[in-house]
Design a binder for this molecule. Structure first.
Ligand code: FAD
Ligand code: MG
Length: 346
């Protein structure tokens, strides 16, 4: 599958740009590196940590990822998400993780006027994403499905979730960001102060590299996904990308259809952006925003950024131009042939 190949490329990019060699030991405790490669959430994950507690921390992180996958998978009949989707409108008790993710989802849905909408799953599913049985839904099916996607109908009261019958949710747009936040928390609790993870292109770093320098995170070229288009140097940040080049299929009509859906028409979002990378301190926030800003497209995503200015972003438009926020201007390197410019503040 295409996204499997891309995942391997991302891993390679992270290992090349984010860190030094794996499982190395130099005698200095904080130079000792440990790493794990995990396949979970249908995603290749690469975790790397430094210091004497790194191995133990990575084991705990791996266990935490397994728990989160059990709770959050839309296709696992034991997960919280499955139980919500199949409760027939009855209230469902969920884990603290699921409640925290849905709380953030509702917050960002409100803030982005539904560009992020976890209730779009019936439409995502009709296109065949997450099952791999791809198809183009017909013109009558999509409007009918869209009737049951108003996120205001998803109710969260503490850890009790109520969703109307015929509605279905999926947390795929922000669950990996929550997961990388949780992995970083485990690192901190374990006494690790230098680590970097890539969960299928969602990169999150803790501290700095052991030598005190910033992490170099490569972002892929959406027009040539086997190569990188830019490198951003970060400290303790998440760098999370949503794009149209990884999970997509080509229909019988010859057009490509990707997995990020615009709730306005039920079609893959096609509003001028082909890749959006969000850089900030919270993984879940960056993940939710990368999906929402991809849906908004260009230039609407820039207006949204202007209204907040508490995160950074890199956006690539369908006419092959790169725009980035001034907060990363000093740490952004364009290594593509596309022109790149700073997004004006006003
Ligand atoms: P993002 O942009 O972060 O998210 C896009 C995803 O969000 C879409 O795939 C869709 O699910 C959903 N979405 C689309 N449009 C919107 C919108 N407007 N608002 C909100 N959400 C939207 N995939 C499989 O094929 N098989 C699996 O077994 C599988 N298991 C998974 C288990 C878990 C716990 C999780 C979290 C995901 C799993 N996935 C699985 C999904 C896969 O990893 C997703 O494609 C991934 O989460 C999407 O992340 P992304 O970073 O590519 O894109
Ligand atoms: Mg996302």
């Amino acid at each position: 599958m295409r996204h499997t190949i891309s995942g391997i490329i991302m891993l390679a990019a992270l290992l090349l740009t984010g860190c030094g060699g794996t499982n190395s030991s130099s005698g200095k405790a904080n130079d000792t590196a440990a790493s794990r490669d995990i396949f979970a959430m249908d995603t290749f994950m690469s975790l790397k940590a430094y210091g004497s507690n790194a191995d133990e921390a990575l084991d705990k992180a791996g266990e935490r990822i397994s728990v989160l996958e059990e709770e959050l998978s839309v296709t696992n009949e034991n997960s919280d998400i499955w139980r919500i989707d199949h409760a027939g409108g009855n209230p469902v008790q969920v884990s603290e993780d699921t409640a925290a993710i849905l709380k953030k989802a509702l917050e960002i849905s409100d803030d982005t006027d539904g560009a992020l909408n976890v209730c779009l799953y019936p439409v995502v599913s009709a296109w065949g994403f997450t099952t791999g049985e791809y198809r183009i839904p017909d013109d009558e099916e999509i409007p009918s499905l869209l009737k049951n996607t108003d996120w205001h109908s998803l109710h969260l009261d503490g850890s009790t979730v109520t969703l109307p019958e015929k509605y279905q949710i999926d947390a795929g747009a922000l669950a990996k960001g929550y997961t990388s936040d949780e992995v970083m928390e485990i690192m901190r609790e374990s006494g690790v102060d230098s680590a970097i993870v890539s969960l299928g292109g969602n990169v999150q770093a803790l501290g700095t590299k052991p030598d005190g320098s910033l992490w170099k995170v490569a972002v892929r070229d959406p027009f040539s996904p086997d190569t990188d288009m830019c490198v951003v140097e970060v400290g303790e940040k998440a760098v999370i990308t949503s794009g149209n080049y990884e999970r997509y299929f080509t229909g019988d009509d010859g057009n490509n259809y990707w997995h990020i859906i615009d709730g306005n028409d039920g079609y893959p979002a096609d509003n001028g952006a082909v890749s959006v990378t969000v850089i900030g301190s919270s993984g879940i926030e960056c993940d939710a925003l990368s999906t929402a800003l991809f849906v908004m497209g260009y230039p609407a995503a820039c207006d949204y950024w202007r209204s907040r200015q508490d995160f950074d972003m890199v956006i690539v438009t369908d006419d092959q131009r790169i725009y980035y926020t001034e907060g990363i201007a000093d740490v952004f390197s364009n290594i593509s042939s596309m022109p790149a410019e700073v997004i004006p503040v006003a």
